[in-house]
Design a protein around this ligand. Sequence first.
Ligand SMILES: C[S@@+](CC[C@H](N)C(=O)[O-])C[C@H]1O[C@@H](n2cnc3c(N)ncnc32)[C@H](O)[C@@H]1O
Length: 292
Amino acid sequence: MPVDHEFGGQHTELKLSIIEKYLRAFSTALQNKFSDLWYIDAFAGTGKRTVKVEARGEDLFDAEVPESVEQRRGSAQIAIDIRPPFHRLIFIESKQKYCNALRELAAQHPDRDIMVVEEDANLSIQKELKGSEWKSARAVLFLDPYGMEVDWETLVAIAATKAIDVWFLFSLSGLYRQATRKSDKITEEKRAALTKMFGSDQWERELYSDKGQGDMFGGGPTQREFDVKGLERYVKRRLETLFPKVFEPLALPVDKAPQRFSLFLCISNDEPKAVGLATRIASHILKAGNSS
Ligand SMILES: C[S@@+](CC[C@H](N)C(=O)[O-])C[C@H]1O[C@@H](n2cnc3c(N)ncnc32)[C@H](O)[C@@H]1O
């Protein structure tokens, strides 16, 4: 029995097709140059995703189609299917039931080096990457959380390897819900989540005007100065303090407001050759994503 894992919307299809294209091009380009090519899926899910396909009424050309449920490939299965293959696949997932599904998936590929890590992704990445040597290895890491689960310290650990390209689905809606328009609506819980995500409490000074609007002396609550696009630019600038190259993100969903996610690609390797390769692959893929 497959474990049901329903998530995302139409933008999920696009996101996963972008990751798939990047993984294939990355593996093709570096297969003979590095003895260790890794794929790390930090919020791995089950390897499958359950999609409800809406019913369609009868029309001139087609008969009525009832609602159906399909199992499509999730990121872990997509990574396994990439040819030439990644040498090692690491799937990190905190939910036990989903890890069991991932273990079953791994068992179907006994010839592959697949590791399932049942742990919090932030803990696992920070612990495993700290002080790790990346001389003969290169990796692509996918951060695909539901919301704002990625801690700044996790990004610090990834950037420090100088060997990992990261695709990061950033929850912009999570950010604009926590960083409320008026500063007096930011609860302590929201404040702590934002500080954990941005790695310092400077966001409060940087996102909000210093002029209070509540009373004639300039006191009272302040207003967030950034709209949704401004928030996305702010996130990009923060990522640029860690990574030598951060590409213009893809706004998701592409065809429907409001924007809920920004799909970022960050390169941790500052060598021109590495940035050049990522640029050649990604600019084409991201441009095609924007026009789809
Ligand atoms: C959007 S889904 C990932 C979907 C997956 N990329 C795919 O394409 O099939 C997010 C996953 O992250 C897992 N998750 C949530 N918080 C986590 C954490 N702190 N550490 C590891 N996994 C986590 C959830 O259980 C869920 O399976």
